[in-house]
Design a protein around this ligand. Structure first.
Ligand SMILES: Cc1cc2nc3c(=O)[nH]c(=O)nc-3n(C[C@H](O)[C@H](O)[C@H](O)COP(=O)(O)OP(=O)(O)OC[C@H]3O[C@@H](n4cnc5c(N)ncnc54)[C@H](O)[C@@H]3O)c2cc1C
Length: 472
């Protein structure tokens, strides 16, 4: 056993932990980061990066097929093996050497192994060989251990050896058929992917697709998946799962029907990776989400921080990294006894988590949303004006593709005359989202937006159409 002392210890070197460590180091602290798997975390190797790399081949093919002249050159179907090779390159063959090099360059010490709180400001790391290292922190410990897939309590499911998102994004042998349980972002993206590979997909989505966004977005994705051959079952639940003697997975549904598939992917949510990190040492419940304030400090433990997915504020990489910038900076400020800027929208708080969260879903069509939906704006008591526009009507759509289909919705707060939400559905709309994020975040008055002139002919002309519909 060896003992080392630092200013800050970060448990979990995913995108969030890395950024907490980096900001605190830039703030003059000595930082150790503990990682039990790969430096770079879920996002780099099993989530964002491989999924988006895999989805891109199908998106590029669909785009080319919708442009006369390019379409004629598209004579084959998707090359699955080449797509998987591209994914392997994007995840560096699950080798974290480049991220370790980055940590070294940033002056952060890496301790490999499983980290657990073992006392006040103390973390014990158990290495692969069983050896332990005790790290003590002069100022703080930050937990950024992320999440794992949730396996619902369905009879027979665990014994049926279900896939989780890791198996789907790390796929090597494409299954002959796939059942997907869950209609959220992961389920919808993976249904898009495997249908693009020509795999028969059956999706069981109790309450439709993409529940958190405007209903027209989920409906558009559901229609596109069905048109692409997926079998979408909504309004039903899985009562039982078993793997039969031929190796097939058999799902018994609540409506009495049966679904058979070579594999089943469970995409029904996430659980925090906090079951075995010593939370009991500080009187917290193992396995629970970490309850934090806006500086990411765990309520009731003034030296402990919970940053990223593990605090359940927003389960997205960019939002977690935003929290990490605030947390790394505030930990350094508190360590130096400097002023803390924790008023809303201050440097040391992640205020946008409550107000302006952008998200792109890489389905076909893409869905890009930020801020309020019509439903959430109304529930928040905002006097709402909804502006809908068919994106195929803007000039940019006709040069972009031969049959562009899409829809854009703006939610305007009529009293304050500012945008409070935007949703785009259509090919490539993800790249349009940041303009809306800035307009909402900056509370740019509608009257001023008239002077933000979208380029002709681009899809962004939809902004002008919204303004025309709203009126001056
Ligand atoms: C299939 C899929 C696709 C996604 N796509 C996107 C996307 O396109 N865009 C987006 O913004 N978000 C996406 N997400 C969400 C995104 O992956 C997470 O929001 C992000 O990874 C959270 O980062 P994190 O650093 O908090 O946690 P993680 O990335 O989960 O990293 C946590 C790290 O902590 C380590 N760890 C855990 N416990 C311990 C311990 N006790 N000791 C030491 N180390 C430990 C883990 O090994 C891991 O490396 C996706 C998620 C999934 C499942």
């Amino acid at each position: 056993m060896s003992t080392r002392e630092y200013d800050l210890i970060v448990i979990g070197a995913g995108p969030v932990g890395e950024n907490v460590a980096d900001r605190a180091t830039q703030g003059g602290l000595r930082v150790a980061i503990v990682e039990s798997e790969l430096v770079g975390g879920e996002c780099s190797y099993w989530a964002c990066m491989p999924s988006k790399a895999l989805l891109r081949s199908g998106a590029a093919l669909r785009a080319a097929r919708d442009v006369d002249g390019a379409r004629q050159a598209m004579t084959g179907s998707i090359d699955v093996a080449a797509t998987l090779r591209r994914r392997d390159a994007v995840v560096h063959d699950w080798d974290d050497a480049s991220q370790v090099e980055w940590l070294q360059g940033a002056g952060i010490d890496l301790v490999r192994g499983h980290g657990r709180l073992s006392g006040e400001r103390e973390v014990t790391v158990t290495g692969e060989d069983g050896g332990t290292t005790v790290l003590t922190a002069r100022h703080a410990v930050a937990i950024s251990t992320g999440t794992a897939a949730l396996l619902p309590d369905i009879p027979g499911l665990r014994d049926a050896r279900p896939w989780t998102s890791r198996d789907a994004t790390g796929v090597r042998d494409v299954p002959a058929s796939l059942a997907i349980l869950g209609g959220g972002v992961v389920g919808s993206e993976m249904a898009t992917l495997f249908t693009s590979f020509g795999v028969p997909v059956t999706m069981i989505a109790r309450s439709g697709l993409l529940g958190g966004v405007e209903p027209f977005a989920g409906e558009a994705v559901a229609k596109a998946l069905t048109d692409a051959g997926a079998d979408l079952r909504t309004g039903v639940e899985v009562a039982r799962v078993e793997r039969d003697s031929s190796g097939q997975v058999v799902l018994s549904l609540s409506d009495g029907s049966t679904v058979r598939a070579a594999e089943i992917l469970v995409a029904t949510g996430r659980v925090p990776r906090t079951a075995d990190i010593g939370l009991e040492v500080v009187g917290l419940e193992p396995g629970a989400w970490l309850d934090v304030d806006d500086t990411m400090r765990v309520r009731g433990v003034d030296w402990l921080y919970g940053v990223g997915d593990v605090n359940h504020r927003v389960l997205l990489t960019h939002q977690g990294k935003y929290q990490a910038r605030a947390a790394g900076d505030v930990i350094a400020a508190r360590a130096h006894g400097a002023a803390v800027d924790d008023a809303p929208w201050g440097r040391h708080v992640a205020t946008a988590d409550h107000a302006v969260v952008p998200q792109v879903v890489f389905t076909a069509p893409e869905v890009a949303a930020v801020g309020h939906t019509e439903k959430s704006a109304t529930a928040a008591g905002i006097r709402t004006r909804v502006l809908d526009y068919d994106m195929s009507w803007v000039a940019g759509a006709s040069t972009f593709a031969d049959h562009y289909q899409g829809k854009a919705r703006a939610i305007v707060d009529e009293e304050r005359r500012v945008l409070v939400g935007a949703t785009f559905v259509g090919p490539e709309v993800g790249e349009m989202l940041h303009a809306a994020t800035i307009a909402i975040m900056g509370e740019v008055p509608i009257d001023r937006l008239w002077h933000a002139v979208p380029s002709y002919p681009t899809l962004s002309e939809v902004w002008l159409r919204w303004l025309e519909e709203f009126g001056r």
